[in-house]
Design a protein around this ligand. Structure first.
Ligand code: NAP
Length: 298
């Protein structure tokens, strides 16, 4: 069979339209969600992520407080800025673009963010709440993946899910979210990594296979069960002299071969990628509602 392609761009656009309508409703009640962004240094990839986040905020009507700081800023100055944002009622979410330049203590900065404004969901308080199944800011990429599954009608409950990758950013939080005793979870999850014996014996059993290894061609067609749902999180640069910029982006999955076997598959680019910023905006709006005392428990 040839898989149906999961259109992450369209799903992200649909979610952003829903959020935009929600922001307009909040504005009518004089509530303006605000995102504080901190970018240190001039790493081109980080700059382009931050620019995309700022544009998305503008488009959505979310206030954004952008702070682009010189690479030689001191730890103390950075900590003072986080502290200022913690106290600023106009800011509901704080985003520190990672990685920070060498010499700055990343974990000290992340720990200093008020957990109530931790819209990336990286603070240990939010990670702990997520693990025990309490209401928390969910990390954006795993949350975006779950939205892609739900919005494509994939049954997660009872599914055998295999995740390749155990990072704190993707694999571990995603596994935790999928095993919760909750709707759109209740899956049986296996997490694989570089010490996994016989990777394909696991991937071949997956109803839902999620590749987050950061290596092209980690998943080939012979490793995939017929009609599996395949989510490719990987973003890898491959040299390509036919492209003006000299490279193209590919995922971790051999897309052309695997799409002939899977029932649903995400492309790279245009699959998981567009969902990440969308879920950051979602968390920012949710944070603004919580700060205003609006019930977000449902
Ligand atoms: P990471 O921190 O490098 O983690 C990669 C994980 O994959 C590790 O757990 C590693 O195992 C495992 N792994 C690597 N090669 C493997 C192999 N051949 N077999 C089995 N396991 C293998 O990466 P990450 O931050 O999770 O990101 C993963 C990929 O997703 C990257 O390409 C990244 O760019 C992309 N990403 C995309 C988005 C998005 O918005 N679309 C967001 C975040 C990340 P060990 O633990 O044993 O080393």
């Amino acid at each position: 069979m040839t898989a149906q392609i999961i259109d992450g761009k369209q799903i992200a656009a649909d979610m952003r339209a829903e959020l935009k309508a929600e922001v307009a409703k909040l504005k009518a009640q004089h509530i303006v969600p605000g995102l504080g962004v901190i970018l240190v240094g001039e790493d081109p990839a980080s700059q382009s992520y931050v620019t995309a986040k700022e544009r998305a905020c503008d488009d959505m009507g979310i206030y954004s407080d952008d702070n682009r700081l010189a690479v030689d800023i001191s730890q103390q100055q950075l900590m003072s800025l986080v502290e200022k944002m913690n106290k600023d009622p106009k800011i509901n979410g704080i985003l520190v673009q990672l990685p920070l330049p060498k010499g700055l203590d990343e974990s000290e900065v992340l720990l200093a963010i008020d957990p109530a404004k931790d819209v990336d969901g990286f603070h240990p308080v939010n990670v702990g709440k997520m693990v025990v199944g309490e209401k928390a800011f969910l990390p954006c990429t795993p949350h975006g993946i779950i939205q892609l599954l739900i919005r494509n009608g994939v049954t997660i409950e009872g599914a055998d899910v295999v995740i390749v990758g155990r990072s704190n950013l993707v694999g571990k939080p995603l596994a935790n979210m999928l095993i919760q005793k909750k709707p759109n979870a209740n899956a049986t999850v296996t997490v694989c990594h570089t010490r996994t014996k016989d990777l394909s014996s696991h991937t071949k059993r997956a109803d839902i296979l999620i590749a987050a290894a950061g290596r092209p061609n980690t998943i080939t067609a012979d490793m995939v069960k017929e009609e599996a749902v395949v989510i490719d999180v990987g973003i890898n640069r491959i040299e390509d002299s036919t492209k003006k910029r000299g490279y193209r982006l590919v995922g971790d999955v051999d897309f052309e071969a695997v799409k002939e076997k899977a029932s649903l598959i995400t492309p790279v680019p245009g699959g998981v990628g567009p969902m990440t910023i969308t879920m950051l905006l979602y968390n920012t709006v949710e944070s603004a509602k919580r700060a205003a005392g609006i019930d977000v428990s449902k």
